[in-house]
Ligand binder design. Sequence first.
Ligand SMILES: Cc1ncc(COP(=O)(O)O)c(C=O)c1O
Length: 424
Amino acid sequence: MIKRRTWLKNSILGLAGAAVLSPIELKALEAEGDALFTALRSPDIDEKYWKKIKRQFVLAKGLRYFNNGSLGTCPQYVVSATNQFRSTLDAFPSKYMWGGWEINKEQIRRKAATMLSVSEETIALIHNTTEGMNLIASSMDLKEGEEVLLSNHEHTSARIPWKYWQEAKGITLKTVDLPLIPENKEQVVDRFRKAITPKTRVISIVHVTNTNGMILPVKEISEMAHEHGILVAVDGAQSMGMFKIDLDDLGCDYFTSSSHKWLFSPKGVGLFYAREEAQAKLKPLIVCRGYENKTIRRFENYNTRNLPELLGLGAALEYRDQIGEERIQNRVYELKKYFRDSLADDKRFVFKTPASDDLSAGIQTVQVTGRKSTEVRKKLTDEYQIDCRPMSSHDLNGLRISLAIYLTKQDVDYLVAALRTIAG
Ligand SMILES: Cc1ncc(COP(=O)(O)O)c(C=O)c1O
């Protein structure tokens, strides 16, 4: 509770104390927050607890949202806090845009760094994964003939930046084809090992694929790459917030993500990580006043920017803190198991996602045999108010089901029943 007071109250009052809320309004907000946080910290973790969490998210009534992989949603607490930050900004624009929230920004950096088990001097507060991948790909000083390895499951936001910024220099983008359902991590590492040549300079890989939710073994690939002096860049759009991440342990050089997916922050906020020794290789995408800054902050030097949303990330991290990252991870895996078990004995469904927990988590892609995924998805939406993503690439013809903590087992039962009816 002390944490919440510090965050929300300080953020709204700002350094010079220009309050946009009356003391009574501020007290009411605090009381609401106290009750919420006490409930979130409850030691009784049962289905009732998760139903309460579901009610705190602002999704439309009746909508079953299995599409967090496309875009996340926010708890009401984060929406309210962000709205307050917007009002505060508009009450005194010049003060808050340029300096009034510096301390709060630094608090967010620290919170994010703690969550990812790295130093705050390695974290920049950016807008999204697309920006982070552009920053990496535009920075690399590669020479004609040198190579960058990408997997065949990279998102366009992690492939096009390499194409755009580097191909004209005559570098080669080499695609490493991954098994759709690897038997183990080593099979994936081996594919990269075999693709490395003396000209390979960077391996740029997705952490959790947006296609079938496969987790790539970033730690093992980074260890192997570093033995050859190769840099490793990771697109963490789908992994950050889905499960616990220790970047120090993963050992990659760069990692970037969008907090509007699995962290449940407002939209247009993301995080960028660069190992301290790897920062010197980066060049800011945007330069303006303050460009001489030598710290990681030079990669978030936008002048005017979306500060209320960024501060909303602070509220989202604070909300998650109350639940606990471990509890969030366990719930994601619990929902995964519940969903897979529910369809396990039904031959009409084929999972296109590896089953083992070190190879997949909160994204599961499932095919309804004999049906087109786009048609199944349309029926789910039109007849059941279920949203998920049809996936046709990589011969998947499957439905990408995202299992985030605002879903209950009842929601999964509802989805499974709908799928069985549609399967016929
Ligand atoms: C794996 C992956 N990378 C990158 C992106 C791009 O994210 P953003 O639009 O937030 O930059 C996505 C979005 O779905 C994604 O799934």
